[in-house]
Design a protein around this ligand. Sequence first.
Ligand code: 1HN
Length: 365
Amino acid sequence: MTLASANRAAKAKPQQKMNARPDAKHNIKGSRAAFYDKIEKYDLAPLWEVLKDIVGKEPKSRCVPAIWKYKDVRRLMLEAGDIITAEEAERRVLVLENPALHGESRITNSLFAGIQMILPGEVAQVHQHSASAIRFVLDGEGAYTAVEGEKALMSPGDFILTPNWAPHDHGNHSGKAMLWLDVLDVPTINHFETSFAKHFDETMQNTARGDGDSLARYGSGVLPDGAPIHLKRSPVINYTYARTRPILERLRKSGDVNRYHGARVRYANPINGSWALPTMGAHLALLPKGFKGEPYRSTDGSIFVCAEGGGVTKIEDRTIEWGPNDVFIVPSWKRYSHQAGKESVLFSISDRPMQEALGIWREDA
Ligand code: 1HN
């Protein structure tokens, strides 16, 4: 209940149950309503009318579970390609809007998600902003995203970082449409009212460092001498599927399969083991053929992408059936379990690092 609706409710039934003394002077509800009216003019409000609503006993997400089927998204994205160029759009992205939050450009309360497409020959010009972004590559081969001077070639399953304020542009010298999932912390940056953005005169940034440079430097068990250990973000730009997928296979073979999440790795900052970004945390999980996950919930609403295979996820009383490149979301604190009839790979991302930094993240396992 909002304060305005509490006020309305208090005013709507002034005399009920207060019949011991019908005199308006002693009508407590009536005098409360009058009091609320009076203090509103001083920008004051009674906490006691809303306390239980704003301090919930447990999380009540505004979001609902939802799935975006890739077959529909791809078809509509290609249609978008007919009506607007990447240059005109700046970023040709279809926003994945949580069905309960239409018009708010968000998939969960804290995160933005969208599907972006770059057609052969197109460029999405260089810019930078306070929001951090990740790309999870869905379809196509060999288009690039350039981040902080590194030109990263994209292949399906790659997890690519654009840390906050890193200049970035995208382009496609391949012969095919390239599609990927964008996830940004935009709603959180706007919650704090801290959004800055900048455009550059040139269309593309200079890329002194080639494909795979940061992964080779930082992701191989050694570190360049003097690498700063207190960076808030990973120095790796592209965590390639080619490097990460075989690790899942190793975990599966050795029986390191979590009963909720499957054989799962966390995308980490190789310098200090923390999350790859301070605001968003991601995992890649292999669900072995016949996997029946046990129910799990946590306070971070999560975005999932099926990278391989297919299965179902039960989210309380809803069952979502997913296949390759489908995107689905599980809201905060909703109990869910995954099942996979065939070997499957799920990418997931949430705002867990922010919740952990604030000491408010919880799980129920
Ligand atoms: C953005 O800069 C990109 O750089 C994608 O590719 C999606 C959504 C909201 C705000 C900025 C990109 C975005 C975005």
